[in-house]
Design a protein around this ligand. Sequence first.
Ligand SMILES: C[S@@+](CC[C@H](N)C(=O)[O-])C[C@H]1O[C@@H](n2cnc3c(N)ncnc32)[C@H](O)[C@@H]1O
Length: 229
Amino acid sequence: MLELAAGLADTGFMAARLVGETGRVIITDFAPEMVAAAHRRAEELGVGNAEFRVLDAERMDLETDSVDGVLCRWAYMLMIDPAAAFAETRRVLRPGGRLAFSVWATPERNLWASLVGRALVTQEHIPPPDPEAPGIFAMADPGRIRELVLGAGFGEPEIEEVALHWAFTDQDDYWRFLTEVAGAISTVLRALPPETQVMVREQVYEEAEPFRSGAGYDFPAVCLNAVAH
Ligand SMILES: C[S@@+](CC[C@H](N)C(=O)[O-])C[C@H]1O[C@@H](n2cnc3c(N)ncnc32)[C@H](O)[C@@H]1O
């Protein structure tokens, strides 16, 4: 089993448990720091049937027909050339092997992630995003998922909506997530002068008010999970 763009490998470690002691999971990411952190985590958690490699999903240094399954959570839509990544995925999967991946549904259904982009656009710090450009919502349209999956030579994908919750313990916890964890947006936010950051933060908090839960927030979220052979 191969996990692409694994980050800290939450998903890959679940797969490692499922494949059991005789199975193996290859945990990969193109960021060496992520692979090193996932490796350390595996040692802490006692995951013994995983190996770790730096691997770019768009050009995989792996043999053709070499893995039984591929997993990828929340990453294909961030890739510069997703068509190349899906074609590479098809190449390394053995015939009949299964691809399972997850991407985010539309910004309107994932306000936990989109409110801040909206605030940055309305306050004119960034232009409106190009919906086709790589980014968290670039595969929110099931038609786009289908096009990429079929274009890479897979059969018709099964696509399922999965609802989940994204919770933050308090406002600082949410702001820390937005400024430190939320990918490209974090870089934009951190580059703003402090007084401008305050204005963006105020707009985000105001629009997040309907999702207040205790001292923090509880946002509904929706991702699209797809399986293809
Ligand atoms: C949002 S994180 C998701 C991490 C993990 N899959 C998870 O669900 O927690 C996206 C990850 O994709 C990785 N990534 C982005 N483009 C990649 C590529 N072309 N090849 C491999 N990894 C990539 C990043 O380094 C990052 O770790």
